[in-house]
Ligand binder design. Structure first.
Ligand code: BGC
Length: 247
């Protein structure tokens, strides 16, 4: 089955056609900048441009970077406050005419890794953590997703939301060395490890390519590996979510 996967992020909106049987991209990846401000109308216009680029008439799976419940934004996340309460699939369908399945972006990345990547054929509790503009989480038990978890929003010892302390955007904005950023990540992973005792952590987001620069600073017994599909996991998983009709 071929499905258009779209990954909406804080800085880019990426899309490609995905073969959902193999998890491979069967088109080039097309990236457009996330409009600023990222209001619902502005983002819907960029989504429409992606649909036109691919001349796509079929269903679309879309990873979305806000807390969601049944496709409705609970907050605007790192996009824009006007997203709160928006049913994303309806907005995008009205704009494009296509049927959309909306899934949290970290859940999408996790689905790709569980089906085709670092979590393939593994039992137990697996947690995907995406490090990008924010921090996203996806939790799987024997390959089954517990949707819409928000483990980027737990607090550190100073009461600061971890995503504002050690997302990759914080490393960049505060010009942190990998050593100093790694110390923060160590606090974060120790905390999540204590809360959930997983069997495996998979790290996603663009920075997962450079996992060797910070992995040794994370002092937990649970294994940590990089997402095999790297930054494409979000697109592949968005298409899978549409196939599985995950909401
Ligand atoms: C949002 C999550 C999202 C993560 C990564 C967080 O700010 O609350 O829903 O998965 O950013 O984009």
């Amino acid at each position: 089955m071929e499905i258009l996967g779209i990954d909406v992020g804080g800085s880019g909106i990426k899309a490609a056609i995905v073969n959902t049987e193999t998890g491979e991209l069967i088109s080039n990846k097309h990236r457009l900048k996330t409009p600023q401000p990222a209001t619902p109308e502005a983002v819907a216009t960029t989504i429409q441009k992606q649909i036109k680029h691919f001349k796509w008439t079929g269903i679309v799976g879309c990873g979305f970077p806000t807390p969601l419940q049944h496709g409705k934004c609970l907050t605007g996340g790192n996009l824009h406050e006007n997203w709160k309460g928006v049913l994303v699939n309806e907005l995008f369908k009205n704009k494009t005419g296509n049927d959309f399945y909306i899934v949290n972006d970290a859940d999408a990345a996790g689905l790709a890794e569980i089906n085709f990547g670092a979590g393939r054929a593994k039992k137990g509790v697996i947690i995907m953590i995406t490090l990008g503009t924010g921090i996203g989480s996806a939790i799987f038990v024997d390959s089954k997703l517990l949707p819409n978890t928000e483990f980027g929003h737990v607090l550190n010892k100073d009461g600061i939301v971890f995503e504002k302390y050690c997302a990759d955007s914080i490393r960049k904005n505060e010009k942190l060395s990998f050593k100093n950023w790694g110390k923060r990540l160590n606090e974060y992973f120790k905390h999540v490890n204590l809360l959930l005792s997983p069997d495996l952590f998979i790290v996603g987001g663009g920075i997962s390519k450079k996992i060797e620069k910070f992995k040794s600073l994370i002092k937990i017994d649970t294994p940590i590996v990089a997402a095999e599909a790297e930054n494409e996991a979000g697109i592949i998983g968005a298409a899978l979510a549409a196939k599985f009709e995950i909401k």
